[in-house]
Design a protein around this ligand. Structure first.
Ligand code: ADP
Ligand code: MG
Length: 663
């Protein structure tokens, strides 16, 4: 129901409300207070001279209005409070006079002049504090809208007939949990009589919100499960194992486990929808190559999508190396592939002669036609957002899907965002890895940093240096890549090769530099965060990051993950003059999971997943951080409700299902 139907909301209020996203009655009544103000009665006898006090009582004398020059007015009256009679002075609010008739109950907040027994009021409200205290809702507002008018609109809307307000909790669950009806709960949350009732009502509304959310997630998951047409493959464990034996290293147990989970999925006649999660450097790539091998043995095409071209190129070279003895056609398709090559690759994909194609996610967005696409792999999934599945579905192809992500996702998020996926986790690092040593340094300690760098260079190890900017900028004194190149060349240029790579370079040039760095002919590579994800150069043992305060902890962790990829001791140096406390988290731990939780606490979830997803994750009253238990219960209950066919006629159930298709 439109919010204009609420009594008292005219065109002006309508436009103000729309500014803060309120257009329906539902929006209005779920515009929850962002905090509460607790007004507690002060014991005047114990109050100190000039203390801020809150009292309530009855007006005992007709207010006297005094006028001074220059628009100054003062209203004086006596108030009978539980602690005795006290004088009240209110400045410049003459208009209150007519309402302050004898016997009126008011709450006064102000400064107490104990000697004169007078309170100079900063606020006068009508009503009483009840037995102990009064809790007031404080709302997010916009210019022109007062807290009071907002409260009035909301309360009017709640009191109106209940049509505009949908309750998403089915009857039997309301009974089971002895939840109040929705209007009662809303009324309490907006006008809490006490903390206990407020808590009760919030839990009920949180549960409802999470119930509706999890219902959708569960519905999508079930829908996917029901869709037929999954590819049933017949690859044996032995076939796969004999290929694994040809790899240049032994897989870790976690890698093996993930690989066989994938094999099982792919051999089943239902579609795989699996997230492969593992900290940076844990070795996810090889697992994805093995998935492609399974797919290849079954005669299907695979597509591997990387978030950056640099990464796509790296995967391309790696996979060619891994499959060098397998008669398989692998192609690289990026923005800089020549038109002629592109056309040849398109043809190969259409006629089936290309087995594996590696590129950026344009691979599934353009009009590429596949002969028999059986597997799509997405690297660094957190970079993309969640919409690619829809892309695939819209193209009418439903291959098996494997997502890889290094962003460790707190369990609540895994449950919600990835609630419709199976998850494999690689916890174990490849054998022989030493934890990276991390150190935070001040800018004036640069000589110490250079000394540390020199030690690594002398041992023929390579170094990444990161700066937040590419070039000098008028409105910022952050370190930039070009400036660092000149400085580093001055310090080390006589003996070592120093070069740069950044996002504004043509991709051919980028590729060239990355290759030289990989081959070891560049000793120091200076760049922006383009190397953040995935780049793999085991001989690089030092990561130096300038203006480290500019980066989120998760980003820093990703950057740091570029080193420590061999048995060599690696180092990470964070240079910053501010934000020391936050950066110390990096010194203390190499555990990406802890770091992402810390990041989350500091920056909220929006940042963890990129803006695309944050929209889906915004709850009005529930907080995934705090309401984990409610979430679990809501997940379980909503699944039961969904699967219970005797409830299929429920109007509520039908409405919930409809809302899935709308969003
Ligand atoms: P990420 O999980 O961050 O994508 P990669 O797949 O890039 O990590 O692997 C990091 C490095 O570890 C690569 O150089 C890779 O070849 C190597 N590696 C992967 N698995 C193993 C293993 N089981 N033993 C030794 N090295 C491994
Ligand atoms: Mg990777």
């Amino acid at each position: 129901m439109e919010v204009s139907k609420v009594k008292g909301i005219g065109p002006k209020a309508l436009s103000l409300l729309s500014k803060i996203g309120i257009s329906t009655v539902d929006d209005l009544v779920t515009h929850y207070p962002f905090r509460y103000e607790v007004l507690k009665r002060t014991n005047l006898k114990e109050a100190e001279e000039d203390a801020k006090v809150i009292v309530d009582g009855r007006v005992e004398s007709v207010p006297i209005l005094l006028r001074f020059k220059a628009n100054l007015t003062k209203l004086n009256f006596r108030l009978v409070t539980p602690d005795g009679v006290v004088g009240i002075s209110v400045f410049n609010r003459a208009f209150l006079k007519s309402n302050l008739t004898i016997g009126t109950n008011v709450i006064v907040i102000g400064k107490y002049d104990k000697k004169k027994n007078v309170i100079t009021a900063s606020e006068v409200k009508f009503g009483t504090l009840g037995n102990h205290e009064r809790i007031e809702a404080v709302y997010h507002l916009t210019n022109g809208l007062t807290n009071k008018s907002m409260a009035t609109y909301i309360n009017t809307a709640i009191m109106m007939n209940k049509e505009g307000i949908t309750d998403y909790i089915p009857e039997y669950l309301l009974e089971k949990y002895k939840f109040s009806n929705k209007r009662t709960a809303l009324n309490i949350v907006h006008n809490p009589p006490n903390m206990e009732k407020l808590k009760e009502a919030s839990i009920r509304l949180k549960y409802e919100e999470l119930f509706a959310f999890m219902f959708k997630i569960n519905f999508l998951k079930e829908e996917k499960r029901r869709q037929d047409g999954g590819i049933e493959r017949h690859v044996t464990k032995e076939e796969l194992e004999s290929f694994i034996k040809t790899l240049p290293f032994e897989l870790t147990n976690d890698q093996k486990k993930a690989t066989f989970e994938i094999l099982k999925d792919m051999n089943q006649n239902t579609k795989m929808n699996r997230l492969l999660q593992g900290d940076v450097g844990s070795g996810k790539t090889i697992v994805s190559f093995l998935a492609m091998y399974i797919n290849y043995l079954s005669g299907y095409q695979s597509a591997l999508m990387a978030p950056t071209e640099i990464l796509a190129i790296q995967h391309y070279y790696n996979i060619r190396e891994i499959f060098k003895d397998v008669p398989i056609r692998i192609e690289l398709l990026t923005g800089s592939t020549s038109k002629k090559d592109k056309e040849a690759i398109y043809r190969g994909l259409e006629d089936g002669s290309v087995d594996i194609v590696i590129g950026t996610h344009a691979l599934i967005q353009t009009d590429v036609i596949y002969h028999s696409l059986g597997l799509v792999i997405t690297d660094e999934q957190h970079r993309f957002g969640v919409n690619q599945r829809t892309n695939l579905r819209e193209k009418g192809i439903l291959p098996d899907v494997l997502y890889m992500s290094a962003t460790p996702i707190p369990r609540t998020y895994a449950l919600t965002i990835y609630g419709d996926m199976d998850v494999s986790i690689i916890k174990e690092m490849p054998k022989g890895r030493m934890p990276i040593k991390t150190k935070v340094r001040k800018e004036n300690e640069i000589t110490l940093v250079l000394e540390d760098m020199y030690k690594e260079l002398q041992q023929n190890h390579q170094i990444y240096v990161i700066a937040p900017l590419i070039e000098e900028s008028e409105n910022s004194d952050l370190t930039n890549v070009l400036e660092l190149r000149d400085k580093m060349r001055l310090a080390f240029g006589a003996h070592y090769k120093i070069d740069i790579v950044h996002g504004k370079m043509a991709s051919g040039a980028k590729e060239l530099i990355m290759n030289e760095f990989k081959q070891g002919s560049i000793n120091i590579l200076i760049s922006t965060t383009v190397v953040e994800v995935g780049v793999d150069v085991p001989n690089a043992t030092m990561m130096v990051i300038f203006n480290a305060e500019r980066f989120g902890l998760s980003t820093l962790h990703q950057l740091r993950g570029r080193v420590g990829r061999s048995n060599l001791q690696s180092y990470c140096i964070l240079i910053s003059d501010s934000d020391a406390k936050r950066l110390q988290v990096m010194e203390k731990t190499n555990d990406g999971f802890l770091i992402s939780e810390e990041d989350f606490k500091l920056r909220g979830h929006g940042d963890l997943f990129g803006t695309k997803q944050s929209g889906d994750m915004t709850f009005k009253i529930a907080s995934l951080n705090q309401d984990y238990k409610i979430l679990i219960q809501a997940k379980e209950d909503s699944l039961k409700y969904l699967l219970d066919s005797t409830k299929d006629e429920d109007l509520l159930k039908q409405e919930l299902i409809q809302s899935v298709h709308q969003s």
